[in-house]
Design a binder for this molecule. Structure first.
Ligand code: COA
Length: 119
């Protein structure tokens, strides 16, 4: 189930974000979380089973463009379709948006879907 980030999830969110290749140091992670908490165009969502196991971070850009900035799943829960479910949930929630992403995330998404523009 897709749920919205809130402050009480900060530590688990930082843990999940730390699996991203460009989020390897604590300073960068703290800035990233702060950005999601304060910038109203940035949104973080989590995937909840019994526990929170995945995260997706997006930024809404002008002209109905949605940039996927972060996508990560707890290693113990990988290859069970959770990242695909996160991506599909965002697509279903923001149906009027053109979705773009970074090359590292596009490589994953292109594995599952084929119509994504690369940033
Ligand atoms: C990439 C990631 C989010 C996938 O999560 P997941 O829940 O295991 O993904 P799903 O179960 O929905 O899909 C798994 C499929 O994606 C493929 N895949 C995983 N990472 C991939 C990548 N970087 N590029 C292309 N395909 C990838 C797997 O091989 C698997 O393929 P299969 O179904 O044909 O066997 C997860 O491996 C992760 O958190 N990685 C670290 C964070 C990261 O690097 N994020 C940037 C890329 S999204």
């Amino acid at each position: 189930m897709l749920i919205r980030y809130k402050k009480t999830y900060e530590k688990i969110a930082m843990g999940l974000l730390s699996f991203m290749p460009n989020e390897k140091n604590v300073k960068s992670l703290v800035n990233t979380i702060k950005d999601y908490e304060t910038n109203e165009d940035n949104h973080l969502f989590l995937w909840k089973l019994d526990d929170i196991v995945g995260i997706i971070g997006i930024q809404l850009l002008p002209d109905q463009v949605l940039l996927i900035k972060h996508l990560s799943v707890n290693p113990s829960f990988r290859n069970q379709g959770i990242a695909t479910a996160l991506y599909d949930a965002i697509r279903n929630q923001y149906t009027d948006y053109t979705i773009i992403t970074t090359s590292e995330i596009a490589s994953f998404i292109e594995h599952c879907h084929s119509s994504l523009k690369v940033l």
